[in-house]
Design a binder for this molecule. Structure first.
Ligand code: ATP
Ligand code: MG
Length: 282
């Protein structure tokens, strides 16, 4: 006898309603049995999702994206880092300073507003810009960070969104020999704030920085949470900066995904159809 799996439509609905992996692999003796099980399960899952929304309305009243961002702000300012808020629109000239010119792989991913400006695909150019001035004004070491939307045209769905939230934290003017430890420490602060215990640091190749140190979540499977780099770096010349530095860019939705051990990014993003991880077509 051949066993029946969920239809694709059923499967998708179950995923939306947060069914677990085990349920998604369930098999049935015939279609009638399967369809009945589907109806029952959907009714239960809807109930659970509604009660999740009720709880959120009664207690936190904010999506995880907002509350985690606040917790990260508290942790980093607590460690002496200063928050900055730069424009969401970015000048083409600043991207060019990151070596992202017409031939660069990232160029194809950029949302252009007009011939001179785009929606920022990353925070680093703006942080470099501000840091160049702060280095003249403040005593070193200087730590700053920004949390804000970034935009990239992406084709792969489950781990990428066109609009996502980046946390970029960096420190300039620290002793050369402390950079590695500091990078690990920063990753540790962010992981601790998120409540992510399962992660590792990995050396990676990056299109922008050459070599990077990635922070990779390992549960339920490997997921890049952030990419770190160190300076002095060849890109610094364009900003007339000659300093030691460390920096890491994290995706905040990826952090939420890892914290929940989830497998889709969509429910954590800015959204019209999800509210705090609950699909609103209940
Ligand atoms: P990936 O290889 O996963 O596409 P990346 O190496 O291109 O990511 P980075 O430029 O290193 O991304 O950006 C820093 C972080 O921002 C990533 O580690 C990831 O957490 C997050 N991020 C990047 N692109 C996206 C996206 N499209 N949607 C959600 N998060 C993203
Ligand atoms: Mg990366």
């Amino acid at each position: 006898m051949t066993m029946k799996n969920w239809t694709e439509t059923q499967q998708n609905r179950l995923i939306e309603l947060n069914a677990d992996d085990q349920e998604l692999c369930q098999t049935f003796e015939d279609e009638t049995q399967r369809n009945r099980a589907f109806q029952n399960r959907v009714t239960e899952l809807i109930k659970t999702q509604k009660s999740k929304l009720e709880k959120m309305r009664a207690n936190e009243r904010r999506p995880g994206l907002c509350s985690l961002s606040d917790q990260l702000v508290a942790s980093l300012t607590g460690k002496g880092f200063v928050q900055v808020t730069t424009p969401t629109m970015m000048a083409k000239t600043l991207l060019e300073k990151m070596s992202i010119t017409d031939s660069h792989p990232l160029t194809k991913q950029i949302f252009w507003i007009d011939s001179k400006r785009c929606l920022r695909p990353m925070l680093a150019p703006h942080l470099y810009y501000i840091m160049k001035d702060l280095l003249r004004i403040w005593e070193k070491p200087i730590g700053i960070f920004e949390i804000g939307s970034c935009f990239r045209k992406e084709s792969e769905g489950a781990r990428h969104a066109n609009e996502f939230t980046m946390l970029n934290v960096c420190e300039f003017g620290l002793p050369m020999e402390e950079r590695h430890a500091r990078l690990e420490e920063l990753a540790g602060v962010v992981m601790k704030t998120c409540g992510i215990d399962d992660y590792k640091l990995e050396a990676e190749e990056s299109a922008v920085y050459g070599s990077t140190i990635d922070v990779v979540g390992t549960e339920p499977e490997d997921l890049e949470l952030g990419s770190g780099a160190m300076g002095p770096h060849p890109l610094d010349d364009a900003w007339k900066i000659n300093e030691t530095w460390v920096g890491i860019g994290f995706g905040v939705e990826r952090l939420l995904m890892a914290k929940d051990k989830g497998n889709t990014l969509g429910k954590y993003t800015r959204s019209l159809t999800w509210l705090d991880g609950v699909r609103l077509n209940l």
